[in-house]
Design a protein around this ligand. Structure first.
Ligand SMILES: [Zn+2]
Length: 313
């Protein structure tokens, strides 16, 4: 990629489906605007529970073929979002899903959680130095809700960003690159509360309703730095979530994971800026993750959009 689009966004996630639930509208928006949106998924999600009974045979405790199936689900979801650059960290299957915290799978050879952070981060450095993102999105240090792969994805993303900027680190992986802005995925408490009120009022068809504590990354509204209005991309986000059919059951504006607890689909997506300078006036939220980034003007990406597909070899 010698002729990169003007705006470049990198997202680092643990499993296929996390990107659509957390950032589906954001990814669709920036892809539609001609930005380069690069998704790095760290595992295939082999340990996920399977919702549709007819696919239950794929699960890790039966045929253990879920990982390969989820590669297809992720590709279908990315096509719904218009995102063409999606990769698995170190290639598909390099790191295995570690399962929920406390399971013996956590410490299995090859499990993502069991891998030294710097070993995994080197694969991300290679991607960062290639696509040279101005903005990185990942989880908070708790991984949103404590899943080992989410915590590890956070660590690898933050470490990868630091190492990519170090000229002395593995020069063979490409020229050093400093990412200007780093965000963590967040949900403002008021938005979570309002979403659950809507869910209860609608009486959606799930056996139960999740609690605010079940929503990853909920924090006080004052901690939110940026809000992306995803309303125009609500349907694309829902379609991307539906593409992850082994993991997500979508019912109108609501969805459930394998725990069968209904949750609202959030069309607006929220972020906490943890590195770099806000492009919004003091005390206000940004409405663009590229706000204040030099040269990253909306529309500049239009010419560059074609180059992603290899127009420059
Ligand atoms: Zn996950």
């Amino acid at each position: 990629m010698t002729d990169l689009p003007a705006r470049r966004l990198l997202l680092v996630h643990a499993h296929p489906d996390d990107e659509s639930i957390n950032n589906g509208a954001t990814m669709a928006k920036y892809a539609a605007e001609g930005a380069l949106v690069t998704l790095v998924t760290c595992t295939l999600g082999e340990e996920g529970e399977v919702i549709p009974p007819e696919l239950a045979h794929l699960a890790a405790d039966r045929e253990d073929r879920l990982g390969a199936h989820r590669i297809g689900e992720l590709a279908a979801a990315m096509s719904e979002l218009g995102v063409t650059d999606h990769r698995f960290l170190g290639g598909p299957g390099r790191f295995r899903d570690s399962g929920m915290m406390g399971l013996e799978q956590n410490d299995r050879e090859g499990a993502f959680w069991h891998t030294p952070v710097d070993d995994a981060a080197a694969y991300l450095v290679e991607v960062i130095r290639e696509v040279r993102p101005q903005v990185l999105v990942t989880y908070d240090p708790y991984g949103g809700y404590g899943h080992p792969d989410h915590i590890q994805a956070h660590r690898v993303a933050m470490r990868g960003a630091a190492l990519a900027a170090e000229p002395a680190f593995r020069p063979g992986l490409g020229a050093p690159h400093t990412i200007g802005k780093i965000y963590w995925n967040r949900v403002p408490r008021s938005v979570a509360e309002e979403g659950f009120a809507r869910l209860r009022a609608a009486g959606a068809d799930f056996p139960g309703v999740a609690a605010i504590e079940d929503i990853p990354g909920v924090i006080d509204d004052a901690e939110i730095s940026a809000a992306i209005d995803g309303a125009p991309y609500r349907e694309r986000k829902a379609a991307a979530m539906r593409a992850h059919a082994t993991q997500i059951a979508v019912d109108g504006p609501f969805f459930a994971l394998s725990n069968d607890l209904g949750q609202p689909i959030f069309a607006a997506e929220y972020y906490q800026l943890v590195h770099g300078t806000s492009g919004a006036p003091a005390g206000e939220r940004e409405n663009d993750l590229f706000a204040g980034v030099a040269g990253a003007v909306q529309g500049d990406g239009v010419n560059g959009a074609n180059s992603v597909n290899g127009a420059n070899g």
